[in-house]
Design a protein around this ligand. Structure first.
Ligand code: MG
Length: 391
């Protein structure tokens, strides 16, 4: 007899931060009463808190699977979608049917026009929890359920160099290199003297052998991006991320075919349907799927599609308490086209206190978590940060 899904519980989280993600606020920027502010450098909203939605799925025999959904803004919206729409469709089903369940959930709102955004984020955390549950029911890690281990260690690049000045940020980069890491990414949104000055300062600090990546944060037209990437490449740029606005497929493709540097996109995309036109137009050499948006099922499908277009995978790492990170490593461990994983040290290192896991990042690589399923469990301390829904 299958051990059916008995309950789904949701925990929207908001953990205060001493310093906002990506570093100190720009002069004149103030969070609003809900704790949100816009970075002028990329016109994007951020929270003063680390926010996500923790998902707990329990089987009839009491086995628990954990997942986590994207919740950088209004995590209680995602939790309400999971509570009112997803849970009733999933309770009573067999967790081993996880891929079929994913498809059924996706289908449920398609003709309502919701085939992305918050709806797919809500599916992602539940999908992740079902894979964790499957692993625990079978005694296998998720990478075995997906078809096998290819990488026991996942190489990383250090992402985000928070600091007040470009000299502070370059010095921080150098400290990471001294600790055994060999790749760094800087953020255009907080490069207050411009990307070229930032690149020059970092290259001078870290020497010629370090891979330097830049996140251009969707800021430029195609021609502006091409000119800028060529200037950055004088300091040996390894990869340029998100050069043009998300919707600008023609612009992305123009950049990718015009520069000698690798171009990466995709952290904001959630399904094979969103990736497909960009693969066909050859918009990128590298994709950056985000587990908190996709869940395991869609993440795996996107990465297989990337392989068919000879694109590498460099998974994105959003704000999360570690469940998302473990899930992303579980899939990464199986991929023939894996390049590196993003390592968000200011999120991962800090939030590791809230989970039980052997997963860690040192000497330039993530080690996979031990144990069945995802290999990570939330600790009791995290539940003090559950937010009451405002809905
Ligand atoms: Mg990015």
């Amino acid at each position: 007899m299958p051990d059916l899904i008995a309950s789904i519980e949701l925990f929207p989280l908001a953990i205060p931060r001493d310093e906002p993600y990506l570093g100190p606020l720009e002069a004149g920027t103030q969070p609003n009463v809900h704790g949100y502010f816009v970075r002028p450098g990329n016109r994007t909203i951020y929270s003063t808190h680390d926010q996500s939605v923790l998902v707990k799925v329990t089987s009839e025999s009491g086995v628990v699977g954990w997942g986590e959904s994207f919740g950088v803004t209004v995590p209680d919206v995602v939790a309400q979608l999971q509570k009112q729409l997803i849970a009733p469709l999933v309770i009573g089903r067999d967790p081993h049917d996880v891929m079929v369940i994913y498809e059924d959930l996706y289908d449920a709102l398609r003709v309502r026009g919701f085939y992305g955004g918050f709806w797919v984020d809500a599916i992602a955390g539940v999908d992740m929890a079902l894979w964790d549950l499957r692993g625990k029911l079978t005694g296998l890690p998720v990478y075995k359920l997906l078809g096998g281990l290819r990488h026991a260690q996942i190489p990383v690049y250090v992402s985000g160099l928070p600091g007040k000045t470009k000299e502070d940020r370059a010095a921080l980069g150098k400290r990471w290199i001294d600790r055994g890491f060999s790749a760094l990414k800087f953020a255009a949104a907080v490069a207050d003297e411009g990307e070229v000055a930032e690149m020059k300062a970092i290259r001078a600090a870290v020497g010629p052998d370090v891979k330097i990546l830049v996140d251009l944060h969707w800021r430029y037209t195609a021609l502006e991006a091409i000119q800028l990437i060529e200037k950055l490449d004088r300091y040996d740029l390894y990869l340029a991320e998100a050069p043009c606005e998300s919707e600008d497929i023609d612009g992305q493709a123009q950049v990718a075919r015009s520069v000698k540097t690798q171009v990466a996109i995709g952290e904001e995309l959630r399904t094979v349907y969103e990736y497909r036109p960009r693969f066909l137009a050859r918009c990128m050499n590298v994709i950056q799927p985000e587990m908190a948006h996709t869940g395991i099922t869609a993440f795996w499908r996107i990465c297989q599609m990337a392989a068919a277009f000879h694109c590498k995978v460099m998974p994105h790492a959003t704000i999360n308490i570690g469940i998302v990170q473990a899930a992303s490593l579980q899939v990464s461990a199986t991929l023939s086209n894996l390049a590196m994983h993003e390592y968000q040290h200011s999120i991962f290192d800090r939030n590791l206190q809230f989970v039980e896991t052997s997963m860690h990042c040192a000497n330039g690589a993530f080690s996979l978590p031990d144990g069945p399923g995802l290999g990570v469990e939330p600790k009791e301390e995290i539940f003090q940060y559950v937010v009451r829904s405002v809905l």
